[in-house]
Design a protein around this ligand. Structure first.
Ligand code: HEM
Length: 349
């Protein structure tokens, strides 16, 4: 052992074998297919968000007087500011899309069932946290749609029974959007929510390490063929390739479709059309289809049911005797999700 290695070993007494043991989790063969390892994708994109977010924060000023101007400066004057902003925006979009795809993979393969129910709930918390980061980020630009989007969201919160009005007060720092609001969005977007997300990711990965990923027998495998391969370096290489492809897609999107700016927020002029970001289209269309209180309560019910889905699934399978009942529910849910999103995207109001 060299002198430096010896010095280090005395202070951090972990041997090479112990380190290999720690990182070399055997991975089931089905994880050689990229759609089974979509979980790594949101993790990559989250790192991109942190790096680009820190760089944007060097210029961003969270006050109603200067937020819009600071974003204009980033977009039009700061070196590569437009690129950083576009990467941040597209990585957010891809992160949410990747999470939905990962969740669908987990759902349709039944990988949330015993003993992984808690990890499914951690995953649902990750999804909620990411959506909130998206919402608060959108509000920081202080353009018309950020201002009116936040106002609509605060009014929706007001309709949530019991905790809603308090939630609105906490979010806005008063009865309506005011000089304190933007700094609240900023602290949530740049500190509270990303820290929460990071802690949740640690819990999520810890649970994966405790249980391993779900085993799916390959139908045409020889019974004697090995059923696992090494995490390091085999699976690591799959993840790195995925990350590289992702970075190419991300850069291409940022360069060809860079982030733009709408008109500055004007509290006195309600825009003719208020639209949130695409990932809220489904909830927005739902709100327009029903009365506000019904839409809010039913949305809460649906999200609550998604949280405890592993147990609902168990009861449904027992009662109906249909083993794949969750697949049918999932197909209906997916069509509803896509249908409502496309509907909201194509109509003006
Ligand atoms: C920041 C977001 C997320 C990250 C970084 C992440 C990461 C991962 C990773 C790396 C895996 C290992 C297998 C794979 O790659 O698919 C995994 C598995 C899993 N994830 Fe996620 N995930 C996230 C969000 C979610 C969401 C939204 C859900 C569901 C609501 C979820 C539920 C699960 C479950 C139950 C497993 C175990 C799957 C199995 O055993 O096959 N995750 N996650």
């Amino acid at each position: 052992m060299g002198k430096i290695a010896e010095w280090l070993y005395e202070r951090v007494p972990i041997s090479g074998e112990q380190l290999a043991e720690l990182t070399n989790e055997p991975v089931p063969n089905h994880l050689k297919r990229w759609w089974f390892c979509l979980g790594g994708t949101p993790a990559y994109l989250f790192v991109v968000q942190i790096v680009t977010g820190i760089l944007l924060a060097l210029y961003y000023q969270p006050s109603t007087a200067s937020a819009f101007e600071s974003i204009r400066y980033i977009t039009e004057e700061a070196s590569f500011g437009w690129f950083l902003r576009s990467m941040h925006k597209w990585a957010a979009t891809l992160m949410i899309a990747a999470m939905i795809l990962h969740q669908m993979r987990v759902y349709f393969t039944g990988a949330y069932r015993k003993p992984r129910e808690l990890n499914w709930m951690i995953g649902m918390s990750l999804l909620m946290c990411t959506l909130l980061i998206g919402f608060t980020g959108y509000s920081l630009v202080f353009e018309q749609l950020s201002y009116w989007g936040a106002t609509v969201a605060a009014n929706i919160s007001d309709n949530i029974p019991i905790v809603g009005p308090l939630g609105k007060q906490l979010l806005l720092g008063g009865d309506e959007y005011n000089a304190r609001t933007l700094s609240r969005f900023y602290i949530l977007h740049a500190a509270v929510l990303p820290t929460t997300l990071m802690l949740l990711v640690i819990l999520h990965i810890a649970q994966i390490r405790m249980h391993g990923v779900t085993e799916f027998p390959e139908p045409d495998d020889e019974p004697s063929a090995p059923k696992h391969f090494n995490f390091f370096p085999d699976h690591m290489l799959t993840e790195l390739t995925l990350g590289l492809v992702l970075m190419i897609i991300l850069c291409a999107l940022a360069v060809t479709l860079p982030a733009t700016m709408g008109p500055k927020a004007d509290p006195l002029t309600t825009p003719e059309v208020i639209k949130p970001e695409w990932f809220f289209y489904v909830s927005f269309r739902w709100l327009k289809l029903f009365s506000l209180s019904f839409a809010v309560i039913s949305s809460g019910f649906i999200v609550g049911a998604m949280f405890v889905w592993p147990w609902i699934d168990r009861v449904l399978r027992k009662v109906t005797g249909i083993e794949e009942i969750s697949v049918y529910v999932g197909i209906v849910g997916t069509f509803l999700l896509i249908g409502l999103t496309v509907w909201e995207a194509v109509v003006a109001h």
